[in-house]
Ligand binder design. Structure first.
Ligand SMILES: [Zn+2]
Length: 319
């Protein structure tokens, strides 16, 4: 059979990554990355999406006619059937008719999915989840997202929002979460939660080398790693706190769902080995012995590309 190419796009609050992917092998043929940090609202997001696809097509000799589909993973709630991004606080969009807009311009069949869902498809097909049929993917980034795979299929839930591990309540009297609730895992264990806690402590007068490392503009995973390596007290305490809460959340998933495999991904997991190792240790210590002993943990293998690779395969998932 001839090689088939599709475009996969990962559109989030800080960047849009688009790639032409060989559907058979997951190989990236061409890619374009643009920033979306300042591009908020329906009009601007639609423009940067279309411009990025244009830019991508211009970088390759593969003709538009050879592209079988465009798949887009979006950070938000999606209506897969109609191709509409219903709501995304990250890019400040509501009811954006993604499928219609893209198909009108490029005349290529277009499919959409949630960002965690497409990353999971990528990992299941070409990454850490290959060969497993019951698993969970958990990504620790700006938020904490996850998806559940059962018998090789992603469980989307009745209204399509299954797998919201970030909003598992780990402390009923706890911190306010972005969803409006109290004590959600995301309010303790996401990269942004850790950042907020560190900045809050510094504001109150605690000393941390992260002040010099980051100039307090934005704290990156690299800065956090450097501070941990230097045994910085403030950073170490909030990272450890996040690991403890992640353990609670992941152990709850292990006890409830009993997956064969848990794939962990996202910047902190990919960038800080100790974070990955201690998170697993914390989850194993807090889960039931039968789950603790039987669950395999793996790091996401496609890194930044799990989303675009998975998105390029959406057409096979939407049959
Ligand atoms: Zn929440």
């Amino acid at each position: 059979m001839a090689t088939e190419f599709s475009i996969g796009i990962d559109l989030g609050g800080t960047k849009i990554l688009a790639a032409i992917v060989n559907e058979k092998t997951g190989e990236i043929i061409a890619e374009v990355k643009n920033k979306t940090k300042k591009e908020k609202g329906e009009e601007k997001i639609a423009k940067i999406l279309l411009d990025t696809i244009d830019e991508l097509l211009a970088t390759t000799e593969i003709k538009k006619e050879e592209i079988k589909s465009i798949g887009i993973g979006l950070a938000g709630q999606v209506d897969r059937k109609n191709g509409v991004l219903l709501n995304s606080p990250n890019i400040n969009c509501q009811n954006l008719e993604v499928k219609k807009i893209v198909e009108e311009k490029f005349s290529i069949p277009t499919y959409i999915g949630n960002d965690v869902e497409v990353a999971t498809i990528g990992e299941m097909t070409f990454g850490a989840g290959k060969g497993y049929s019951d698993l969970c993917c958990i990504f620790i980034g700006t938020g904490v997202g996850s998806s559940i795979v059962q018998d090789g299929k992603i469980r989307k839930g009745y209204t399509g929002s299954a797998g919201e591990i970030g909003h598992i309540i780990v402390d009923s009297n706890g911190r306010v979460c972005g969803c409006g609730g109290n004590g959600c895992l995301e309010a303790y264990a996401s990269r942004s939660a850790i950042e907020t806690r560190i900045l809050g402590a510094i504001k109150k007068g605690r000393k941390s080398i992260i002040t010099d490392l980051s100039k307090l503009k934005s704290i990156s995973t690299k800065h956090i790693k450097q501070a941990l390596d230097a045994h910085d007290e403030v950073v170490t305490s909030y990272v450890n706190e996040a690991i403890q809460y992640l353990g609670i959340g992941i152990a709850s998933v292990m006890n409830f769902y009993n997956p064969e495999l848990i794939i962990l991904g996202g910047g902190l997991i990919q960038g800080i080995d100790e974070f990955y190792i201690q998170t697993i240790k914390s989850a194993r210590a807090k889960s039931l012995p039968v789950c603790s002993n039987s669950t395999t943990f793996k790091k996401a293998e496609l890194g930044d590309y799990s989303g675009v690779v998975g998105a390029s395969l959406l057409r096979w998932r939407n049959k």
